[in-house]
Design a protein. Structure first.
Ligand code: HEM
Length: 483
């Protein structure tokens, strides 16, 4: 709900900026028309030249003589890519697996082939870099993803060790209990709402905080800290916009820094429950409790977890509600059976394949070659993972939600790679599959769910925003009485 409100605010800000630019341009034209025929003529000529240049640049075969890939760099493509979920598939069908487009002024080479993408990242490691989010600059040594190699070696190792298999195992029951509690409440609300169904977003948001605060902090924080930390997450979530980090995001980092320093300091860290990410970090590096880089990263990871796993749970709920037969196979398997675990994983993988694996971006820092095309410095590369996950072969009837495709079949990493392609692969992959697996297990065994109302998937107005189920999604959820 809050994320939706933030999204709405961003959309309004974007629309307001466009309106302002249009209003200023109109005012200049009106002024020139009234006061200066020479200025008006100059503006008309400049506008005419702009139109011709933009039209020339928009041709799908522009740059062919310089070995650029096919595809239009026009503004229309840029806007279509934001609003049309099938945009990249359409370009693939038109131009092949390597094509170009633009994200506003920024040219992008798109590669719809995980194997080619992986090979490119390996071959051109030096010439392809990550584009940092502004919030990273507010953390002394930056966010892990964008750190310099020496810092990356230290902090990546620290956090990867803290998100251990043992930690996830220790919290497995908690994940299931929290999912059960939240779904029982949602089922009661659904019962009361009768035919109208319920909006599951607030329940998923609450579930995420309950589970993640436990996994991240265990007993190292006080119950009253929950509201403060939730506020910090919302603040930091508002900072991932273009340009500078927002003042609200900066304040969130400061508040969180102060809180974690206090909690690490006040003795709880020494005697408390160490089955948490923060506990693991303090055990490995006791001075991390006073290290703003470790603390800032902890907050960014927490917010990334809330956003990405929460989004995945929403897609799981929608996909399962759309095809209730998909969870029948789990109901047939005995609780705790290894087979049940595999079937749960199939639902998670199929949801990742269809709904929440999207892309890998890099900036080109020196000219590179992609499939015989020459890509200049300054372009972006976009490895289109989501579109590669919709190819037949290897995925038969790729648009159909069919978890059974993963039963008894392991796709190679060049066919299915939702969590990244190189050394920057996802740090939260196991956390994601553990939390979402517990959710699927509880949902499948104890509840029936179906869609009552729905709309088209939605996203923010940035090319890197993730698609989410419609805010109009309403579900009917009922208990199966087998708990
Ligand atoms: C639906 C769940 C998720 C998906 C599909 C996902 C996907 C990805 C992908 C594709 C990458 C590679 C990006 C690149 O190479 O540019 C990545 C990296 C990363 N992810 Fe995730 N992610 C998910 C959840 C999470 C969670 C829960 C966390 C927090 C613990 C997280 C933290 C990170 C970090 C820190 C990196 C960069 C790692 C590095 O640079 O070494 N992700 N993720």
């Amino acid at each position: 709900m809050l994320a939706a409100r933030r999204e709405l605010r961003e959309q309004l800000r974007f629309a307001a900026t466009l309106a302002l630019v249009a209003a200023v341009a109109l005012a200049v034209v009106i002024w020139a028309a009234a006061r200066s025929p020479i200025a008006l003529r100059s503006i008309s000529i400049a506008a005419g030249i702009c139109v011709v240049v933009l039209a020339w640049r928009s041709r799908p075969d522009s740059g062919r003589s310089r070995s650029r890939p096919p595809g239009s760099l026009g503004l229309k493509n840029s806007l279509d890519a934001i609003v049309d979920r099938s945009f990249y598939m359409g370009q693939l069908q038109r131009h092949g697996r390597v094509f170009k487009m633009a994200q506003f002024h920024q040219p992008v080479v798109c590669i719809v082939d995980i194997g080619k993408g992986r090979e490119l990242l390996k071959r051109e490691t030096e010439n392809l870099v990550l584009a940092p989010l502004p919030i990273s600059a507010e953390i002394p040594r930056g966010f892990i993803r964008y750190m310099k190699p020496d810092d990356y070696a230290v902090y990546s190792q620290l956090f990867r060790s803290a998100f251990s298999e043992a930690l996830l195992e220790a919290n497995r029951e908690l994940m299931r209990d929290a999912a059960r509690r939240e779904l029982v409440e949602l089922a009661a609300a659904s019962d009361a709402a009768s035919h109208a169904g319920v909006d599951p977003r607030r329940s998923i948001e609450r579930l995420m905080f309950t589970v993640l605060l436990r996994i991240y902090f265990g007993d190292l924080i006080e119950p009253s800290d929950r509201g403060v930390i939730e506020g910090c997450c919302r603040g930091i979530g508002s900072g991932n916009t273009i340009g500078r980090a927002s003042p609200r995001a900066r304040r969130a980092l400061q508040t969180f820094d102060k809180l974690i320093r206090e909690r690490s300091n006040d003795g709880l860290a020494a005697h408390g429950d160490h089955s948490s990410v923060l506990g693991g970090i303090l055990r490995l590096k006791p001075e991390a409790g006073a290290d703003s880089t470790a603390i800032g990263n902890l907050l960014l990871l927490l917010e990334a977890s809330r956003d990405s796993i929460g989004g995945l749970l929403m897609w799981i709920l929608k996909n399962v509600a759309d095809s209730p037969e998909s969870i029948e196979m789990i109901r047939g398997a005995r609780d705790g059976d290894a087979r049940a675990g595999e079937l749960i994983e199939c639902i998670v993988f199929e949801t990742l394949r269809l709904a929440q694996s999207e892309y890998v971006y890099r900036i080109v820092t020196r000219p590179i070659e992609v499939d015989g095309f020459e890509i200049p410095k300054g372009w972006l590369t976009r490895i289109c993972v989501a579109e590669a996950h919709r190819q037949d072969p290897p995925f038969d009837r790729p648009e159909v939600f069919d978890p059974a495709r993963f039963v008894n079949r392991r796709f190679s990493s060049n066919e299915f790679s939702p969590f990244g392609l190189d050394q920057h692969a996802c740090l939260g992959a196991q956390l994601t599959t553990s939390v979402s697996g517990a959710f699927v297990d509880v949902l499948a065994r104890n509840f029936d769910v179906r869609v009552v109302a729905d709309g088209a998937p939605e996203r923010g107005n940035r090319h890197w925003n993730h698609w989410r189920p419609s805010s109009e999604l309403r579900i009917a959820l009922s208990r199966r009485g087998t708990e």
